[in-house]
Design a protein around this ligand. Structure first.
Ligand code: ATP
Length: 706
């Protein structure tokens, strides 16, 4: 383990307030991590750092975990730092005694605010050195910064930022400033932090404390100091799987970290699926076309549902009637839908019913006809007053995760859907179930799955393999009715299945994945893209690959009619492994003139969305005239995906030196419901390329730049 926690003189951390971890302790770990590329190495360093805090200063564990996570609160809390380039340059110039011009030159050189601040401050000598920063001090100041509202906020924020930067020493400056812009650059993505935390709870603590401390704390932290290697490995796997499962159902570190300080065994009990806390949504796997569905789901009964083109909404109602609506990205959007909130008590069949349901909210016209997503996107995002609503919406429910405070995630989809039918009342043009049809696997293929009861059978019942025409008709009708295509969902658990049988301890990652694919459980799997949910979009049927969700990272200045506008625009996919943006295409079509004009306002130097230089994490051989801050996701459709000498999408997946690019890209719409980290990831892009290559029997190589 590269990070030798023993060498940290914890005794020198004593203060009048007890033992307090210095901020330098975690930045030291960050420095080592920044030099480490292997995920396992990064996890180990983080794990060791967290172990020391767990033992010596447990009060610093939560602040440290947040500081490793590029966030200060769960997304649904809506707490954001709001530190932009203006505040940063004000504070850095003032601390370093430099000017904006020098800062600009430094930014052009480094493309990273942390490096800029480090370089600007490195030679500054302070006569009176402020007290060293502490982990909890930095975190609480960040929270104070986020809480500042109203007039004078910029100056007040700048003053606090300046105070922190002034007190920061050496490498602390670099990581502090990276934290301000929520980009630590240490490759410690969410899953890594969770794994490190889980391992830290499991490992023997004796190297870090005296035997007596070790014994008492070992009991407290659910550890056996004398476990052999195999037992430790098994416990670590169990802990990681438990941590992921809990986080997927209750993604708030403010609850998780205090719970694990009481022992991992308390985690589930303290962080259950809770009304008011959004769980991470289950997601569907892309398919090439309907034939792939039939191959994958042969012998299984499945439901086909319209895939509506609206906004995903996780709707919560507690027993007291308090409602919350969360986006796909777990942001609180209750304020956007007061009309949805108002209808919820009316859809419940019983008094004091509590629930969490998954639904698509779609815009409808006065006749109840479904409107395209663009209509819905005209609704204001915040503080919508019910009397001002001009765009009406209908809730189309497709799943339920909790009913009357009882989680129902492990019920089969057929049972969950039945709960929706039994406990909720449709209200015309306001609330209904998604339109669906069921297929029934023939008995010999059914493999023991429960028989469908007659009342569950849709009029259009088809055998999943033999009656493909019905499914195909349903699919075509979904497109005619203005949907994106269909979702295909396995109805019943695989044969012999009764509850959560997977053993995360004995199975390795690949085995687990494989088991799930083979068993095709019909449970609701938070935070997973599952084969038991397949999506078939109209794009596939048109013979074109799925659309991609890409991030604009730069643009050239347009010519001819487009002089003065951004055109073309350079778009990238996201690589979560390296936290980089890899360019995929230059897009010139699908935009309206208004869109171009709005873009000039959206991407401007003044609002900090135009950068002086490419960011260190933009991977491309292109050199656009203007670089953008990565801040939004656009849905883009193209003809096909090719191997490219210039673009870097999914580089290393298909070809060591070359990336993938999308040919003839066309803008479809903005995906406001997706964060930049939800953009199409490199792995998915590579999968799409492979699927397309399998389909056409040969690979394409782009002759020139796309
Ligand atoms: P996409 O970009 O295709 O919308 P996604 O990554 O947001 O996909 P997926 O789970 O892969 O999410 O695709 C399903 C999406 O389609 C959901 O997020 C939801 O918003 C929407 N949707 C519409 N109708 C349904 C339905 N009947 N069942 C599930 N999801 C549906």
């Amino acid at each position: 383990l590269e990070f030798d926690a023993k060498s940290y003189p914890v005794t020198s951390w004593s203060t009048p307030d007890g033992i307090v971890a210095p901020y330098a302790f975690i930045t030291e770990a960050f420095c080592i991590i920044a030099e480490t590329s292997a995920r396992i190495g990064i996890t180990n360093v983080l794990c060791n750092m967290l172990r020391v805090l767990m033992i010596h200063t447990p009060a610093d564990l939560l602040p440290a975990v947040w500081l490793c996570s590029n966030a200060i609160a769960a997304p649904y809390k809506g707490i954001e730092l709001g530190i932009g380039p203006l505040i940063l340059s004000k504070s850095i110039t003032s601390v370093a005694g430099t000017n904006g011009k020098t800062l600009k030159t430094l930014y052009e050189k480094y493309g990273d605010w942390g490096d800029v601040a480090f370089s600007a401050k490195v030679s500054v000598r302070t006569l009176l050195q402020p007290k060293p920063l502490t982990v909890r001090g930095v975190y609480s100041t960040l929270k104070s910064i986020a809480n500042l509202k109203g007039q004078g906020t910029i100056d007040a924020k700048a003053a606090l930022v300046k105070k922190l930067v002034l007190a920061a020493r050496g490498e602390e400056v670099r990581f502090l400033v990276r934290t301000f812009v929520s980009h630590l650059r240490i490759g410690a993505v969410r899953t890594t932090v969770l794994s490190a935390l889980a391992k830290a709870c499991t490992l023997d603590i004796s190297p870090f404390c005296s035997v007596e401390d070790g014994d008492s704390l070992a009991a407290q932290f659910y550890r056996q100091p004398y476990d052999d290697k195999a037992t430790i490995t098994m416990k670590m796997k169990r802990a990681e799987s438990l941590m992921r499962e809990c986080y997927a159902q209750h993604p708030n570190l403010d609850d998780i970290v205090p719970a694990i300080l009481q022992g991992l065994s308390h985690l589930k009990e303290h962080c259950p699926l809770t009304v008011g806390v959004p769980l991470r949504p289950m997601l569907g796997k892309i398919t090439r076309d309907l034939s792939e569905v039939f191959v994958k789901l042969e012998g299984r009964s499945f439901a086909c549902e319209y895939k509506y083109d609206g906004q995903r909404a996780q709707i919560h109602l507690d027993k007291q009637g308090k409602a919350k609506i969360f986006s796909r990205h777990l942001e609180d959007m209750t304020d956007k839908y007061p009309d949805v909130v108002a209808i919820l008590p009316q859809i419940c069949k019983s008094e004091n019913q509590s629930f969490i349901i998954d639904a698509e909210i779609v815009a409808i016209d006065n006749n109840g006809n479904i409107q395209p997503f663009s209509t819905l996107s005209n609704r204001a995002r915040k503080n919508v007053a019910i009397e001002d609503i001009t765009i009406n919406v209908c809730i189309l429910a497709f799943d339920i995760m909790l009913l009357n405070d009882e989680p129902v995630l492990w019920e089969s989809f057929r049972n969950r859907r039945q709960l929706l039918r039994d406990h909720f009342t449709p209200i015309k043009d306001r609330y209904d179930l998604v339109k669906s049809m069921d297929t029934v696997a023939s008995q010999e293929n059914q493999d023991g799955a429960p028989e469908t009861t007659s009342e569950l059978k849709a009029p259009n019942v088809a055998n999943s393999v033999e009656y493909q025409d019905e499914v195909s008709e349903f699919f075509k009708q979904s497109i005619k009715d203005g949907c994106e295509g269909i979702m295909v969902k396995v109805l019943d658990h695989a044969s012999g299945y009764s509850g959560n049988q997977l053993d995360p301890i004995t199975a390795n990652k690949t085995e687990m994945k494989q088991t799930r694919v083979n068993q095709l459980l019909a449970s609701y799997e938070p935070d997973k893209r599952m084969e038991s949910w397949l999506k078939v979009k109209k794009d596939y049927v048109e013979g074109v690959s799925d659309s991609l969700d890409l991030v604009p990272i730069g643009a050239w200045w347009g010519n001819g009619r487009k002089v003065g506008w951004y055109s073309p625009i350079l778009l990238a996919c996201y690589n979560p492994e390296n936290e980089t943006y890899e360019s995929v295409c230059k897009c010139i079509s699908g935009f309206s003139d208004k869109f171009y004009k709005d873009m000039l306002e959206f991407y401007s130097v003044e609002n900090g969305r135009v950068l002086d230089a490419p960011r260190h994490d933009y991977i491309t051989d292109h050199r656009p005239d203007v670089w953008f801050q990565s801040c939004e996701v656009w849905e883009i459709k193209g003809a096909d995906i090719t191997v490219s000498p210039i673009h870097k999408g999914a580089i290393g997946h298909i070809d060591e030196a070359r990336g993938l690019s999308l040919r003839f890209p066309r803008f479809i719409r903005k995906r406001d419901d997706k964060d930049v980290e939800d953009a199409t990831c490199s792995e998915t892009l590579a999968e799409m390329y492979t699927k397309q290559t399998n389909l056409h029997g040969s690979s394409n190589t782009e002759a020139n730049t796309g």
